[in-house]
Write a new protein. Structure first.
Length: 265
């Protein structure tokens, strides 16, 4: 069986590099210039009146290295999530086809199962490797070998359970991104606290600018990291739900279009 392309090492590396390039270009051309302009405006206003309230800017919140890294990981996870959803949609389209063409009341005996297996074997190799044709072929092969409807049903169930486990395992890279994003945010938190502590002596003398800047790094990194992690986790659960439904619907398809037509001699 051909190894799933999107979770191949080279695919993961390519999408990671693409994500880094896209996010870095956005930061270089848009986010950091706007953040620098906003910070310059704040310094100018507060130099005249320190009590003026200026709303927080989204550009300033995201302009540090840690939020940029979080965005790289989030976009990378988005590439993988998008391809996973594409594959689920592609598999679901097969559920709309009748591969065997069995009429109501028609039955299949063990010695005639080969005739129907050829219909699956005549499909393109790429289609044969998908969940539904593979499960149908496995079910008919087991029925032809054992002559037992129960064994055929068990073969279909085992194949679907194996597919469910494989689909779940292929989400491991996305789970890594969901774990890594808050971890990167925590790095920003530690860096910001360290920067604030370095300015403690100046704060004791009355200049709290350095402390507030350090705490700003802390809260900005945490805010961006948690927001992105929650968003990616939501879409991850949606993908898991789609995959589980696909496996259940494939099992129901095999039961309806094949298992109920099998008869033992």
């Amino acid at each position: 069986m051909k190894k799933p392309f999107p979770f191949d090492f080279f695919y993961a590396l390519t999408t990671l590099l693409l994500s880094f390039t896209m996010v870095h270009i956005a930061y270089t051309l848009v986010i950091r210039p706007n953040a620098d302009a906003q910070l310059a405006y704040q310094r100018e206003v507060w130099a005249k009146d320190p009590m003026v309230h200026i709303p927080r800017s989204i550009w300033v919140i995201m302009h540090d290295p840690e939020p940029e890294t979080c965005w790289v990981l989030a976009v990378w996870a988005g590439f993988i999530l998008g391809y996973r959803e594409y594959r689920v949609v592609r598999e679901r389209k097969l559920l709309q086809q009748d591969f065997l063409g069995l009429k109501e009341g028609e039955v299949i005996f063990p010695d005639s199962v080969r005739e129907f297996s050829r219909q699956i074997e005549s499909l393109p190799a790429a289609v044969q490797g998908r969940l539904l044709p593979r499960t149908l072929r496995m079910c008919m092969t087991r029925f032809g070998a054992t002559g037992s409807v129960q064994h055929a049903a068990e073969a279909a169930r085992d194949e679907c359970e194996l597919e469910a486990s494989r689909l779940d395992a292929e989400l491991s890279m996305i789970r890594f991104a969901v774990w890594a994003i808050p971890a990167v945010g925590f790095v920003g938190t530690v860096r910001g606290i360290g920067a604030a502590l370095q300015e403690a002596q100046r704060a004791a003398a009355g200049d709290v600018t350095g402390v507030t800047q350090g705490l700003g790094i802390t809260f900005n990194a945490t805010l961006v990291a948690l927001t992105l992690a929650i968003t990616i986790m939501f879409f991850l659960h949606q993908i898991q739900l789609s995959q589980d439904r696909l496996v259940l619907d494939a099992k129901a398809y095999v039961d309806h279009y094949l298992i109920r037509h099998l008869r033992e001699r």
